[in-house]
Design a protein around this ligand. Structure first.
Ligand code: SN0
Length: 312
């Protein structure tokens, strides 16, 4: 593995999952592996779980960590060949080159513009860091996918499933802000690697890009989709077409106890942060079937598996 920016960077995703399972069983087994190595993390957007779990992962592996809130400093120019006479003080070519001298692995978080779809779906910021950094690049959520989250989600399902092939439902839910498609895109592409029956449910108009959903069942009736489900993964996303728009705020899509009653004692999942009583009713997220904290816990072990592989 050269970088970790999507499932496509991973030669064998199932082996990476096994590594994450091993890390969960024995988090300090490789505490000397990262000695004298530095993880650098650049956040162009806010982070709670990704930042802390990835730092924790690096510390468990014996690494040092340097994090930078990159939205506070110079604005970086991302386009090659331009006359830099605007507000951007530094080109990514130098920034990536400099950071590569301080760090052995570089993590980058960059949300989508939600206005320029072509740029977002090239994952422009992370792709440019891959191009100009001299060290492995880890996506800490890019504009198109969030692979560290998805690996942790897979680990969560793997450790809590009670059937060999569980039914996993990804459901859209209403939200007051236009949100990225990165989490659902990524969840779908990782679930394609897993032994699960995946169903996506959302109101008409919220179809994700077919580059992710090709071959996956889409059920527009949420109640129908929830039938006999083992895992309900709720997430809001804005429309892919028209790009970045909110089309619907229908509270009937909020995950309620009545909806969960349609499942086969289904577990409730969300990547967090979550808007209570908008995405999910308190009675669901506070119920014993809610596994959102376990998902967040597993972020550390997913990140450890990734860092371990990149350190090798
Ligand atoms: C991000 C998203 O991709 O949807 C991060 C999820 C890991 N979520 C948000 O930005 C939520 C913001 C809000 O105001 O609720």
């Amino acid at each position: 593995m050269q970088h970790f920016t999507s499932v496509h960077d991973v030669e064998n995703p199932a082996t990476l999952l096994q590594d994450a399972l091993m890390m969960k069983r024995n988090p300090l087994k490789f505490k000397k592996l990262g000695k004298d190595k530095t993880l650098g993390m650049l956040f162009f957007n806010p982070s709670l779980r990704t930042r802390m779990s990835t730092e924790k992962a690096a510390l468990n592996l014996g690494m040092q960590v340097i994090s930078l809130n990159a939205s506070e400093g110079w604005k970086l120019e991302m386009t090659e060949g331009v006359v830099m006479n605007g507000d951007k003080a530094e080109h990514i070519i130098e920034a990536a080159g400099v950071i590569s001298q301080y760090c052995d692995i570089l993590g980058v978080r960059s949300f989508p513009t939600l206005t320029d779809r072509a740029s977002d779906y090239r994952d422009d910021v992370i792709s440019k860091f891959k191009k100009y950094a001299k060290v492995p690049v880890v996506s800490l959520e890019g504009s198109m996918v969030h692979p560290l989250q998805s690996l942790a989600d897979w680990l969560t399902i793997e450790t809590l499933k009670t059937k060999k092939r569980p039914k996993v439902v990804l459901t859209w839910a209403p939200h007051p802000k236009a949100l990225p498609q990165a989490v659902p895109n990524s969840f779908v592409e990782w679930m394609k690697q897993a032994e699960v029956d995946l169903v996506i449910t959302h109101p008409k108009g919220y179809e994700l890009s077919t580059q992710f959903t090709d071959g996956v069942t889409i059920e527009y009736n949420q109640n129908q989709a929830f039938k006999d489900a083992d895992f309900i993964y709720a997430k809001n996303w804005s429309a892919y077409e028209p790009y970045g728009q909110i089309l619907n705020m229908d509270p009937n899509w909020t995950i309620s106890p009545e909806k969960m009653a349609l499942t086969d004692n289904g577990k409730f999942m969300h990547c967090l942060p979550v808007r209570r009583n908008q995405i999910v009713m308190d009675a669901v997220i506070d119920s014993p079937n809610s596994i959102v904290l376990e998902q967040a816990n597993n972020r550390t072990f997913a990140a450890m598996a990734v860092l371990k592989n990149l350190l090798r």
